[in-house]
Design a protein around this ligand. Sequence first.
Ligand SMILES: [Zn+2]
Ligand SMILES: [Zn+2]
Length: 154
Amino acid sequence: MTLDELVEQLRADFPKLTLEKSEHNFYSPTKKTVFYTGDIARLLHEIGHGILDHTDFTQDIELIHIERDAWEKARELAPNYGFKISDTTIETALDDYRDWLHARSTCPKCGQTGIQSIEQLNYHCLNCDAKWTNNDARSCGLKRRVIKKSPHRI
Ligand SMILES: [Zn+2]
Ligand SMILES: [Zn+2]
């Protein structure tokens, strides 16, 4: 199955989701739109977010949970379209999210791991009392980019 055929089939199978070609792989919960680049594993992963009806998360730590769930859904879907998603693909993607999380939660002053406030979403270091914020949003792909305002991209 080619990418175009896969996209057509996914549109038929998931009529509530919109699929749109883009430079980045991500799912927009507000538009119920999957943006895809052509990477089939990631396309199915974004479809996974859509099927599971993931919305914007607030705390960084939630990212790992919803990413894992979307990957599991992608792995479940893949054989229906003649594809297979390997453990390595999933673990590599999740490692990347973990690295991102680690970078955001590391105290810029002393290097200890801080905790994120549920309300303000800033980080606080219990070791040296520093507080910091992260403005960069995360897209599903390997690309990391800074946008002015959240939401996070899943
Ligand atoms: Zn600190
Ligand atoms: Zn994702």
